[in-house]
Design a protein around this ligand. Structure first.
Ligand SMILES: Cc1cc2nc3c(=O)[nH]c(=O)nc-3n(C[C@H](O)[C@H](O)[C@H](O)COP(=O)(O)O)c2cc1C
Length: 298
């Protein structure tokens, strides 16, 4: 079966041979393995469960297995979290192919208790943008917690193309222009490796995903910062020069990033210096639109 299947073909791509994958840059091969695991095992597995595995195809999971076999033959690491996740799904796929039962040890999640909900509400409804920071050191372990929260955010097609650049030194902070005074702050630039969506074809099929992934990471990090007593704000423009230009390019040039690194956004984090008036949203009934909303007579 494996010999017959010559190519690993993500959507919209003619496919990669074993030789292509042996020569592929490891970060890109890893993304291909994650994507194939996600789209050919993880996602269809739940439809199989829902319909009693009636639609299981004999080659279920073999695309991902082929990428993993190349990965392993290149002596690349096997014990990092996403690689263990891949191996868990490969084991499930093998059981499905063999017609063996798949025993599920994970318990379905429970609703939060009332006390837990109070914490969630405090977090979600308490977060607000902070634009003025106190002159107080920001411990590295708190920044680490914030970055970990960004790492946990949802990511389109499980590609993991998001990258973080942590700016702390004044000379690095000065590489970014902002409409707020970015002092006493750590800036986290949320970037992404544009080579990763390209290798899968997602730059054509879902080009918006890389920016969305960066946005999801930014929001997770701002929530974690709030929980830690820090505050932060989402920032967009990186240079003042000319608002019609890609201001991220100016930062990339100053910082020395390669062309294939894209920038989604950046956030400034620090200890809040002042009380703020919390911004309020329009009422929910104005946010919800239906097919009648724009047909009503005013
Ligand atoms: C995509 C995006 C871009 C933003 N850009 C900036 C910015 O450049 N400067 C700034 O001070 N705030 C910026 N913000 C923060 C918003 O102004 C802020 O979230 C909004 O006013 C709501 O206030 P709140 O965050 O306190 O709830 C941005 C937020 C988002 C989501």
């Amino acid at each position: 079966m494996m010999e017959k299947m010559m190519k690993v073909a993500p959507f919209g791509k003619p496919g990669y041979t074993k030789e292509d994958m042996l020569a592929m840059e490891p970060d890109l091969l890893r993304a291909l393995m994650r994507e194939r695991t996600h789209h050919t095992i993880e996602v269809p597995f739940y439809s199989l469960l829902a319909n009693g595995k009636k639609d299981a195809i004999p080659a279920f999971g073999l695309q991902a297995q082929m990428v993993f076999d190349v990965w392993k033959s290149r002596n690349l690491p096997l014990d990092e979290p996403d690689l263990l996740w891949v191996q868990d799904y490969l084991a499930i796929a093998q059981k499905v192919r063999n017609g063996e039962p798949v025993i599920w040890n994970e318990k379905p999640q429970e609703p939060f208790t009332e006390d837990e909900m109070k914490v969630v509400e405090k977090l979600i409804y308490g977060r607000h943008s902070i634009r003025d920071f106190a002159d107080k050191p920001i411990p590295d372990d708190l920044i680490h917690k914030i970055l970990e929260a960004g790492r946990a955010a949802p990511v389109g097609c499980n590609l993991d193309e998001v990258r973080f650049i942590v700016l702390k030194k004044p000379e690095e902070l000065n590489m970014i222009w902002s409409d707020i005074a970015v002092r006493n702050a750590v800036v986290i630039v949320i970037a992404y490796d544009t080579r990763i969506p390209k290798v899968i074809g997602q730059n054509i099929t879902v080009p918006q995903n890389a920016g969305f992934d960066g946005a999801a990471a930014a929001d997770h990090m701002l929530l974690m910062a709030h929980a830690l007593g820090l505050g932060g704000v989402w920032l967009s423009k990186m240079a003042k020069s000319d608002f019609t230009k890609d201001t991220a390019q100016e930062f990339k040039d100053k910082y020395g990033l390669p062309d294939f690194i894209g920038i989604a956004c950046h956030i400034a984090i620090g200890w809040p210096a002042n009380q703020t008036i919390k911004s309020k949203r329009v009422p929910l009934n104005r946010m919800i639109i239906t097919r009648d909303t724009f047909n009503k007579k005013q």
